[in-house]
Design a protein around this ligand. Structure first.
Ligand code: GLA
Length: 388
């Protein structure tokens, strides 16, 4: 069930693909990573804290500047090609190119004058698994625009543009976590992000542990509407507490307003308020190298997401159980928006080889599903790939 540690896409394979499609070498190769969130789920749009890490799976793009302000993207994985004129974006098309078009739109709204390019794209970020393949695509496109246009690489500005593309062009009301970690990741570190100030604090991943992502192979369904519902419930809970966001609500205040708020809003808010505290505690635990405490906080995060925020599924719960029963597991929780996708497990570094098949077998016995495991390293954010 193990997927190769780093899937076989390389700078050389992207150059070769570009040459085959466009008959010349690309001027640059850029790449932007996917991410796994260690803890801090559904807190970004509540002005809270998150702690993701960028992972060694990337959206790769070979690019060559064009002089006519057209963007053409050839996707190897989708075996598809799409193009658009920067001067005439019209509206969304309802497919994958919208992430690139939406980003061009958002950057133009920010008064950037963009040049066009030809691109060949290939990705090792699993799609729809909750590992932010779309944010990685957006940040690869952002890195490409910076490479061909007269613009500086500013991870925060690019992440904001990516979020705006999702919110206003693609129609997904996401927070800023995914774009920000794909743009601003740091090798060897998770990043504690304050989603209000957008301050990013790198926290070294303890050497004694490995991060294993376990893909249930189930995909999100109804995620868009359920996700937006959760956002609405969180805002309503904040209003009931007289606050602009749940970041400003204390556990005591939440208890006081409990009756007025109704049970569902209370439980949603309880998750967010407690998760924000857990995320800060997790950052401290990592700095102290207290991996047992980090694992416990991850376990508690899953309970809260399952019972209070209600974004887990039977498959995700079964995977969490399977992971916790496997050798070396320190903690496990669903990661990303929920409703399907992946579990992140913290595993004692020496036990990964025993952990993966054990967790996989118990999960299959419980569900009949075939999972995949990705052993993930924390990597840098979007960059020009100078060598393999
Ligand atoms: C998705 C969104 C993020 C965040 C997570 C849940 O990944 O894109 O902004 O809200 O869900 O933590």
């Amino acid at each position: 069930m193990f997927e190769p540690k780093v899937p076989p896409i390389s700078r050389a394979s992207v150059v070769q693909g570009f040459r085959k499609r466009y008959g010349a070498d690309p001027e640059s190769v850029v790449r932007a990573p996917g991410r796994v969130n260690l803890i801090g789920e559904h807190t970004d749009y509540n002005d809270g804290f998150v702690m993701p890490m960028a992972i060694d799976r990337w959206v790769w793009m070979g690019i060559r500047r064009r002089n006519d302000r057209w963007v053409r993207v050839r996707s190897i994985d989708l075996d598809a090609e799409s193009s658009f004129a920067l001067g005439d974006l019209e509206g969304p098309e309802g497919d994958w190119i919208d992430y690139a078009k939406g980003l061009a739109w958002a950057l133009a709204e920010d008064s950037h004058v963009l040049s066009g390019f030809d691109a060949l794209v290939s990705s090792s970020v699993p799609v729809g698994a909750g590992l932010s393949s779309s944010a990685a695509f957006e940040m690869a496109v952002a890195r490409a625009f910076v490479a061909v246009s007269d613009m500086a690489w500013d991870p925060l500005a690019m992440a904001r543009a990516g979020q705006r593309a999702e919110n206003e062009w693609v129609g997904v009301n996401c927070g800023i976590m995914d774009q920000l970690i794909s743009a601003g990741g740091r090798a060897g570190h998770a990043i504690l992000i304050d989603c209000r100030s957008l301050e990013m604090t790198p926290v070294p991943l303890p050497r004694r542990v490995a991060v294993v992502v376990l893909d249930t192979s189930t995909r999100r369904e109804l995620a868009g509407s359920e996700y937006n519902d959760r956002r609405t419930q969180c805002s309503a809970a904040a209003v009931a507490c007289g606050a602009t966001s749940l970041r400003d609500v204390s556990p005591a205040q939440l208890d006081t307003e409990r009756a007025a708020m109704g049970d569902a809003s209370f439980r949603r808010a309880q998750h967010v308020v407690s998760e924000t505290n857990r995320t800060l505690s997790a950052g401290d635990a990592m700095l102290r190298d207290d991996v047992a405490a980090l694992g416990r906080l991850m376990n508690e995060s899953h309970r809260s997401l399952r019972d209070d925020f209600e974004v887990s599924t039977p498959a995700l719960d079964a995977m969490v159980e399977a992971a916790r029963a496997a050798p070396g597991c320190l903690g496990a929780r669903l990661t990303g928006a929920g409703f399907g996708g992946c579990v992140v497990a913290l595993v004692a570094a020496g036990q990964v080889e025993a952990f993966v098949p054990h967790a996989g077998k118990s999960f299959t016995a419980a569900t009949g599903l075939t999972p995949t495991a990705y052993l993930c390293e924390p990597v840098a954010g979007a960059e020009i790939a100078a060598s393999d």
